[in-house]
Unconditional design. Sequence first.
Length: 466
Amino acid sequence: MSYLSIEFGLLFIAFFAIYWCFKSQPKWQNRLLLVSSYLVVCSYSWQFALILFIYTSAIYLFSLLIFDSKRYGKQWLIISLCVAMLNLAVFKYFDFFRYELQLLLNALNLPILLPVISLVLPIGISFYTFHSVSYLVSVYKQEIQPTKFADFALFLSFFPSIIAGPINRAKTFLPQIVIAQPRQMLEPHRACTLIILAVIKVYCLGGLLADNWVNPIFANPMEFGSLDLLLGLYSYAMLIYINFSGYTDLVTGIALLLGFRLPINFNLPYLAVNLRDFWTRWHISLCLWIRDYLYIPLGGNRKGFTRTQINVMLAMLLSGLWHGAGLNFIIWGACHGIGILFLNITARYWGADRVTKHSIWLARIFTVHYVCLAWLFFHCESFTDAMDYLMALLHNITIHNDYLAGMLSICLLYFCYPLLKNVPDRFAQAISKINYFYLPFIFIFILWVVIHFAPSGVPNFIYASF
């Protein structure tokens, strides 16, 4: 069930009314949230809900063993992390590695036939796996104590963030679940603003970008000129940002209405002055998770310059692999890893931020073009498709007037991008001065206008597939 569908909207309004009937009883609110979260997962497949429940039970058992065992706590932590990663690997990467391993066996003339098993990726598995890792590590470090099973189950299944993030940390999110005092609705005007902004981004802007430029250009790149293909790349870069940040806005608004705060996930990433800066602005919860649970345990920057670069490259390759089981995702991660290594090496021998010191806009333009080029491998289904697009971009030196206006629009939007940062806050302040009686009519009118101008159909969340 899409969170942007009419059905979900109506069901959420009904759930919202029932939920706040138990304002003075947060335990009953938690039970409603837990049941609703599992029903959301069941709306995709009841098997997904069963997998989530079994996984939750296993991880909870491991957390008790880690906490209770003074002598073997570290061993239980290692075992539990291996189980968590193995569960993710089986569902997400089995087909990819089976295919690649079978090719290797055939090349070595080994008469071994690996089993063909069709596995459907459970919805939200990457995100609840990362949530569980933060819980296990926090229990091991004694940052938190094991909570009740129902509270832990809600932490993993919390429906606003289970589909496509952001990634919650146990030590900051669990205290919002395990409370005794009544919850309060948080920043309702900002919450409604974020929901409206999400509909504008995903339903309208994202739909228009996809239908008019991204889908037709990427479908037949050899038929388009270089300027058109650049427009396709820029449009996809805008689309994935609008789609993912729009989803984050939506679930952040929903969580605020339910009395929960989710972590910030985006901070104007296309204004980054280099790739390091980009990764402090893009999918922030994932970047911090990789830093704390992968990069630092590998040694971070504590074991010399060369080892630091190896750790950076490993982190970026695994970031690419996390996004999908395919060669193109690994290449995408490698592109970012190589770019960061280049920055580190040049900073070591020639000084840091030389381009930024010369011109911040020049640094931004270099960075956004590098990021856009890397998105080519992220979007294309195969390496061949990506190379076809790249060859057409380099050789089809023609201009189609049909897409010239689109290119000018994208460029204008990019340079106006910094001015849009404060628009949501100003809108939230404006509606906070309006009588509550009129607000529903204003929201309904805005949503009707957006849906009227948006393409038909309910858009998907791109990151739900990761």
